[in-house]
Design a protein. Structure first.
Length: 95
């Protein structure tokens, strides 16, 4: 939601939503090179894709634990996210 809407960064509604909803424990950011994005999303101008990617990277400032996964295939990314998510869950259960 955040990166696709240019008004989201300065939106009052977005600021309220961020306060209402709890912060995530971890953020997983899956990224690909702009060239790959451009080839997949021909309906969106390259500069808009670059801006959206920057906005997603800005999300990394919200949390201390952020993992940016790039240049991995989808299976490696899924495995990493699942493994780390389970580790966090078990750590939380241990108190």
């Amino acid at each position: 939601m955040y990166g696709q809407y240019p008004y989201a960064r300065n939106s009052r509604l977005m600021k309220i939503l961020v306060k209402i909803f709890p912060n995530p424990d971890v953020i997983f950011l899956l990224t690909v090179p702009i060239e790959v994005l451009s080839s997949r999303r021909k309906d969106i101008e390259r500069r808009n894709l670059e801006r959206q990617k920057e906005q997603y990277l800005d999300l990394m400032n919200l949390k201390r634990e952020v993992f940016a996964l790039s240049n991995k295939n989808i299976d490696e990314s899924i495995e990493y996210v699942l493994e780390h998510s389970w580790e966090r869950m078990f750590d939380r259960l241990r108190y």
